[in-house]
Design a protein around this ligand. Structure first.
Ligand SMILES: *[C@@H]1O[C@H](CO)[C@@H](O)[C@H](O)[C@H]1NC(C)=O
Ligand SMILES: *[C@@H]1O[C@H](CO)[C@@H](O)[C@H](O)[C@H]1NC(C)=O
Length: 394
């Protein structure tokens, strides 16, 4: 039994010693002999039925009100220890410190690394992995976390169905430079070749994310690169992040997938996987088209003004109704005889100063009665007098 145990230990050690290099030995690529259509031959999970990325067909998504706002934990507490940035021949990777994590999922997930996917420039060669209604974004950022409540590390978690949580951020180009992205892009020239590594100053990782972390798509999928394990709870944010065209160009043209010593230099471009069939999966949304819309300050102002106008309008209507009722009530009770030409409309502006001198009366009821009586007369008088005395005008 002891020897059998020893045998298994040896096998385990042997497995751990060779498994990772064995995968590394098969140098997969995005196109060519070991391109994505051939991945399943070498990495069986890549041929699974819950693969990523996917096309999000928004009309076929399902609203799930239980999907709460995601909370990046410690993303902004980057500390002073530098981050490691390296070129793995497939993308640029930034290792993340273990105190960064993700709240808002059933388990606590700890950050491991983030990386980018991009195209090869021009409007016809965008490089996001996920697409929305068939449309690609220019690039995509992935922030990878593992379930640290259930598993001891990334390598164990990545084979479990609830092992990983990845944030997907779609990147498009705009007019302005996104300074947060320069924390990465400024150092790409130091890792132009595969296997090159550099320490970069730590920075606020949350500044790379969109502002609205409440609206996102959620589905069960996989790693988008071999070994394609189907272990990822995907969160694809609805809001896109903008970088400048110059920043995108830098991302697309600065790195090589070849090593420094390789005689043939290969530009690292179009490092995205094509979208995979959804099969029986459902993509859930944390939002509906109408609800959860974050309002701009302009929209808020418009709504406040609208509500105020509505209130004023309502007050005017109520005032009119009250006045009318009071007028008719008094008309009945006191049998005030009003000139037949004077309608209730004419009586309405009764808050105008009465043109006739008032005599103080202590009782309110009498005052009211007098009000109406005076106003009726005043209206009558105004109708008869084309030019009223100056003090009657407000
Ligand atoms: C991950 O955890 C497993 C199980 O505890 C362990 O055998 C393995 O060596 C760990 N891997 C790494 C890369 O730390
Ligand atoms: C993902 O799969 C798990 C286990 O099958 C299931 O409970 C969960 O609802 C799925 N989540 C989504 C977003 O489909």
């Amino acid at each position: 039994m002891d020897s059998l145990g020893f045998f298994f230990l040896l096998m385990l050690l042997d497995y751990q010693g060779t498994a990772a290099p064995a995968d590394d030995d098969i140098t997969w690529t995005y196109t060519g002999l070991v391109g994505q259509s051939h991945w399943p031959q070498y990495f069986p999970d890549c041929g699974g039925t819950s693969q990523s990325p996917v096309d999000v067909v928004t009309t076929q998504t399902k609203y799930d009100p239980s999907l709460v706002h995601l909370t990046p934990l410690g993303y902004s507490q980057h500390g002073n220890k530098p981050f490691t940035l390296y070129n793995n021949g497939h993308t640029a990777v930034i290792e993340l410190p273990e105190w960064m994590g993700l709240g808002g999922l059933p388990w606590l997930y700890t950050a491991v690394q983030m990386h980018l996917h991009w195209g090869s420039g021009g409007p016809h060669h965008p490089g996001s992995e996920h697409t929305i209604n068939g449309l690609s974004a220019d690039a995509e950022l992935h922030v990878v976390h593992y379930n640290s409540e259930l598993y001891p590390n990334m390598s164990t978690a990545m084979t479990q169905s609830d092992g990983l949580a990845v944030l997907g951020i779609l990147i498009v180009t705009g007019e302005e430079t996104n300074h947060a992205f320069n924390n990465i892009l400024n150092y790409l020239s130091r890792i132009r070749h595969a296997d090159q590594k550099v320490f970069i100053p730590a920075f606020d990782v949350q500044s790379l994310l969109p502002e609205d972390l409440g609206r996102y798509y959620r589905y069960n999928g996989s790693l988008t690169t071999p070994p394609c394990h189907q272990s990822v709870t995907w969160t694809l944010f609805h809001e896109r992040v903008e970088i400048s065209k110059a920043q995108l160009l830098k991302m697309e043209t600065i790195l090589y997938s070849s090593k420094a010593e390789d005689p043939d230099k290969m530009l690292l471009q179009d490092n995205y996987r094509t979208t995979q069939p959804l099969n029986h999966r459902v993509i859930f949304t944390s939002f509906t088209a109408e609800s959860g819309k974050e309002l701009s300050s302009g929209e808020v102002t418009a709504i406040v003004i609208g509500v105020m106008c509505g209130c004023v309008g309502l007050a005017v209507i109520i005032r009119f109704i009250v006045k009318t009722i009071r007028f008719f009530t008094l008309l009945h009770r006191e049998t005030v005889v009003v000139n037949s030409s004077t309608s209730s409309w004419d009586v309405l502006p009764s808050n105008r100063p009465a043109p006739m001198p008032r005599t103080k009366e202590p009782e309110k009821a009498k005052e009211k009665k007098q009000d109406v009586a005076l106003n009726s007369t005043s209206v009558g008088e105004r109708k008869e007098e084309p030019s009223p005395s100056p003090q009657t005008e407000p």
